[in-house]
Design a protein around this ligand. Structure first.
Ligand code: SF4
Ligand code: SF4
Length: 369
């Protein structure tokens, strides 16, 4: 990091105002309908002050306490993914001209302002790096994602209260943010230790009312880092699990999961690394043209495995097996690492509490080669 400073709690609003003043659309966490969501943020009062989350498989409960903290929770159902890879977006459109000919044009949606996101977690940064690899660094770059990604400014927060579903320590992605941010915060009761991770971050720090960081504040942050790591009770086995999972293709536990799985796709929707999509035409009712849409898709939808007259993953056990084997195995060959960053969202938001860590352990049994 390029340097640190201490921002007193009563000055936190400066960060929001400075970002907005520099032309950013500021996004930050807020409590809504009992969950943490990321949405437009214009003042500190919108932050989830004192909110503590109890997150278990298939259960999320928020309690508002007097704790003088804005970030004493781990994550909500979404963070960065829908901001860059939209759940639904127009890729191109066709219009009929007055002679009846079709004219095709690119979607002309322009982002009015670059995004600045406050409150991003280490797992979200790791997931963003994976989404970048998929959308930007392959043979083709996705221009829609690239346009939004270009100006993105990230203010990370180190986790102090991991959820019971979190296991980022075992995947090596958290709970402390180490790279990929512009600013990183350690929240203490009286304020924030702020560090810069980029030139933009350093420039922002110059405009904040910062005090020097004291040794006792650094010591408190270090204790929090260690406690957040030790609080995690779930874990995934390290390394490429492709061979171990493929060798257990016919393991009875795939069917045991399938008997509970609703094929709803919640797990893939909330997963910050999942990137599957389908495309479809949406015609205008008056016949004057159509828009070509890209929408999030899921391993769990039957149509996602349709190939020339055949659904190749017809049963839920095939779809769950595909998801897990791709995520924990084939990603290593495609992207050089696992597709799981340990955020635990798929466990929390699965309506029947299917647990990636437990199901993986059950399939692998006593161990793997
Ligand atoms: S597989 Fe589950 S725990 Fe892993 S990154 Fe996706 S949502 Fe998070
Ligand atoms: S594992 Fe859970 S969240 Fe995923 S499709 Fe099945 S029921 Fe839905």
């Amino acid at each position: 990091m390029d340097g640190t400073g201490f921002l007193q709690r009563e000055h936190f609003g400066e960060l929001i105002r400075i970002l907005a003043g520099r032309g950013y659309r500021v996004i930050g966490p807020q409590l809504r309908d009992g969950a943490i969501v990321y949405d437009d943020l214009s003042e500190v009062a919108q932050l989830p002050s004192g909110v503590i989350m109890d997150v278990q498989p298939a259960r999320v409960h928020a309690t508002v306490t007097q704790l003088p903290r804005y970030f004493s929770w781990a994550n909500g159902p979404q963070a960065l993914k829908p901001l860059l890879f939209r759940p639904v977006e127009t890729l191109w459109q066709a219009c009929r001209d007055d002679k009846g000919r079709l004219e095709f044009s690119a979607a002309d949606e322009q982002e009015a302002r670059p995004l600045a996101v406050i409150g991003v977690r280490a797992c979200d940064l790791a997931a963003l790096e994976l989404q970048d690899r998929h959308f930007l660094q392959g043979e083709y770059s996705d221009p829609h994602y690239a346009r939004r990604r270009e100006g993105l400014l990230l203010v990370a927060v180190n986790c102090t209260h991991p959820d019971a579903t979190c296991f980022c320590a075992s995947t090596g992605d958290g709970p402390q943010a180490r790279t990929g941010f512009d600013l990183v915060l350690d929240e203490l009761d009286t304020g924030f230790i702020i560090g810069a991770g980029s030139k933009r971050g350093t420039a922002l720090m110059e405009d904040l009312s910062l005090l020097p960081v004291r040794e006792d504040q650094l010591a408190k942050a270090a204790v929090s880092h260690q406690a957040a790591r030790e609080a995690q009770t779930r874990a995934l086995p390290p390394g490429d699990l492709y061979d171990a999972l493929a060798a257990r293709r016919e393991h009875p536990h795939w069917q045991a999961v399938a008997e509970r799985c609703l094929s709803c796709g919640n797990c893939t929707s909330v997963c910050p690394t999942c990137f599957c999509s389908h495309e479809r035409e949406q015609p205008r009712l008056d016949g004057s043209g159509s828009v070509h849409l890209r929408e999030w898709d899921s391993c769990f939808s039957e149509g996602h495995s349709y190939i020339t007259g055949l659904v190749i993953r017809a049963e839920p056990r095939h779809r769950y097996r595909q998801w897990l084997t791709h995520k924990l195995g084939a990603w290593h060959r495609q992207y050089g690492r696992s597709g799981c960053v340990g955020c635990g969202r798929c466990i929390a938001w699965c309506p029947v509490g299917i647990d990636l860590c437990e199901e993986t352990a059950a399939v692998l049994g006593g161990g793997h080669d």
